[in-house]
Design a protein around this ligand. Sequence first.
Ligand code: GZL
Length: 320
Amino acid sequence: MKKVAVLMAVLALFAAAAFAAPKHWVVGFSQIGSESEWRTANTISVQNSFLEDTSFTLIYSDAQQKPENQIKALRSFIARKVDCIVFTALVETGYGPVLEEAKRAGIPVIMIDRDVQASDRHLRLTIMGSDFVKEGEKAGTWLADYLKKKGLDDGKKQINIVELQGTTGSAPAIDRKTGFATVMKTHPNWVLTRSQTGNFTSSEGKQVMEAFLKADKNIQVLYAHNDQMALGAIQAIKEAGLKPGKDIIIVGVDAVKGAFEAMVAGEMNCSVECSPLLGPQAVQAVRDLRDGKKLPARIWTIEGIFDETNAAAALPTRQY
Ligand code: GZL
């Protein structure tokens, strides 16, 4: 009889442990700013995902596009002894020392979206987000197919391409340039006549495109590292008396709502998807970490590509 009572008590303890509420964790989230529709959607996705799980408290910091603010935020999370840090790196370099401090403090760091430079990646647990090199390759491959389909590229006539780069030194700017350049190498008649940063914003994208057009109107293609800059450039192209999407073929990245509206209006030709909706993956990674699970070194997001053939159908269901 006694043995049964002991067994029942042990089983009850196990059952209680199995259903015990998870330990409450405080998570520091260092975001880079609010430079684009993409970034805003990314912030909302991460905040909502952690808000929906009451076993977390999220401390949010907006670096307003300044690396020094991000480093300050990470240091404040360390001082507050948070249980975990989630952050996206404005630029690839400069975070080694503060990541060392987090490691010494025993605080795990999970990266979302933009990674740090390769020599610092041993200081963070994982990175989740898009393959930016692949996004650049997808943009180039789409352009090659489109030019061929429209009979605009005989392989001989020079095709002048201008490029609006993202924030200098950021992973997406470096990698999207690399990916597109890989495809350019297979088209000797494609010439990159101008390339400059528009810092991922529509205002700077417009300003730089205005300068490009003042210097040379013989532009056949604009490749913009994000849709925000492409949308700014579309204004500049119109103000120069040209038809965006027709006189100048426009390829962007992100697939934000504004790009879909431009594609439906015939003013933009393609956008390579880069999903900002990383919240669910981020909160699950932190849960797994809290449960003692090993995280994969890389958590990829799966993305598509949109153009005039599928933009109208997709627009009503877009979440950002
Ligand atoms: C890419 C992300 C980039 C977006 C831009 O994952 O870091 O930053 O492409 C945003 O729109 O500014």
